[in-house]
Ligand binder design. Sequence first.
Ligand code: GAR
Length: 208
Amino acid sequence: MLKIGVLVSGGGTNLQAIIDSIESGYITNAKIVTVISGNPDAYALERAKKHGINGVCIRKKDYLDEDDYLNAMAEHLDSLGVELIVLAGFMTVLGKKFIDRYKNKIINIHPALIPSFCGDGFYGLRVHKAALDKGVKVTGATVHFVNEETDGGPIILQKAVYVEEGDTPEILQKRVMEQAEWKIFPEAIKLISEGKIVVEGNKVRRLV
Ligand code: GAR
């Protein structure tokens, strides 16, 4: 059983999609052992509580420096035997040391088709605003492993979503979540938990 730690910052709809996929039996070989939020008011923590999942708030500002903060995070994850760290709308950048320590063990969901609309400064609604400003007709979501380059790690799954006439960033964000994020994030976790994902250099190979 793959032990998962989910890192969140806000509403936690992706966390909810993962919880639902485990409870419905879509994911059978993984369980969430902790939810960590950088924000004590994150609704994601409520969601964890409702489902009897350990939820904690670990805030950068409560530590001496970034190193100290990330060490505390790692200690918590290691104490619970976490094998896969899932960034579900987690808005804090993780340092290189932390990323190296968990090489190919951290996955992230990004609300666009990487390499479009990604990298530093592209998060949340800003991503959808940039897509609309560019006038793209198709956008989507990407699940990828996290490496030292923001949104640059090996891509696991992507799903396309059509942009429609009259879309606002909010409308597009909702459609991308419903049609792509809440599907491919649980699917990626299922594949990883079943040992069907192999990282080869900067690419992912999916075993059938
Ligand atoms: C999601 O749309 C996720 O893709 C995005 O934040 C939202 C979190 O929503 N993540 C990023 O932009 C990371 N670069 P949620 O808290 O409801 O899951």
